[in-house]
Design a protein around this ligand. Sequence first.
Ligand SMILES: Nc1ncnc2c1ncn2[C@@H]1O[C@H](COP(=O)(O)OP(=O)(O)O)[C@@H](O)[C@H]1O
Ligand SMILES: [Mg+2]
Length: 256
Amino acid sequence: MSSVLTLNNVGIQFGGLKAVDNINLEIKKGELFGLIGPNGAGKTTCFNMITGVYKPTEGEIKLNGEVINGVSPHKLVEKGISRTFQNIRLFGYMSVLDNVRVAQNDEIKYSIFDGMFRTKKFWKEEYAGVTRAMEILKIFDLDKFKNFSANALSYGDQRKLEIARAMATNPSILLLDEPAAGMNPQETEELMNTIRLIRDKFNITILLIEHDMKLVLGICERIMVLNYGRVLAQGNPREVIEDPKVIEAYLGGHNA
Ligand SMILES: Nc1ncnc2c1ncn2[C@@H]1O[C@H](COP(=O)(O)OP(=O)(O)O)[C@@H](O)[C@H]1O
Ligand SMILES: [Mg+2]
């Protein structure tokens, strides 16, 4: 299987401080990969480098074999990288459907002319866009709320809407930054099942940041543990949870 995302000795310094150092990672197509570690370990910083928000000061990041260091976030979305943020960033007063529709912008194929004169092509593309947006919303069981404004949704549903919106750009790799943060255990379990389902249905690659180790162990095929900006362990869930370094550093000596 080919590698979708590769990090070779990637690191970043802020001022004199190395926030992330010497990360090596290879994610294969279709993998559900977990990135875990305590607060401040450097997980979000890794996402910010992969998505072009920060440029690494060391090493290289490759997407489908192409070096993407320094490529803008917008260009990376076009190249198939999509993400959600640790804190909700929805358009609160826009409808649920429109939150997904705005993300589809780059996918829309009609011209300004078609748009102004409402040509056949315009309606065809509009219809296709709405159909696809509704299809995505349905997967998250949010289609029934399509006309609600986003901030009228429950917290758990807002988090799901963020993932739905990230899916609207038709990504080949989806990065989720603590998608279950603030959810209750039942919502969390449902979300994890949905994440697995979208991976299977759309045949995409998913990189998942999670603070709660148990949650990641349940759905990820491989895991990397970060601590103080460095790789502490990497492997399948069983290998990682049994690693004494992980038990010591991440679980504070207690087994999860
Ligand atoms: N823009 C920045 N400037 C300075 N330090 C930063 C910046 N972004 C992240 N850091 C530092 O990098 C470290 C890792 O943070 P972060 O990646 O957010 O951790 P995590 O997501 O694992 O909780 C922290 O010490 C944080 O303060
Ligand atoms: Mg974070």
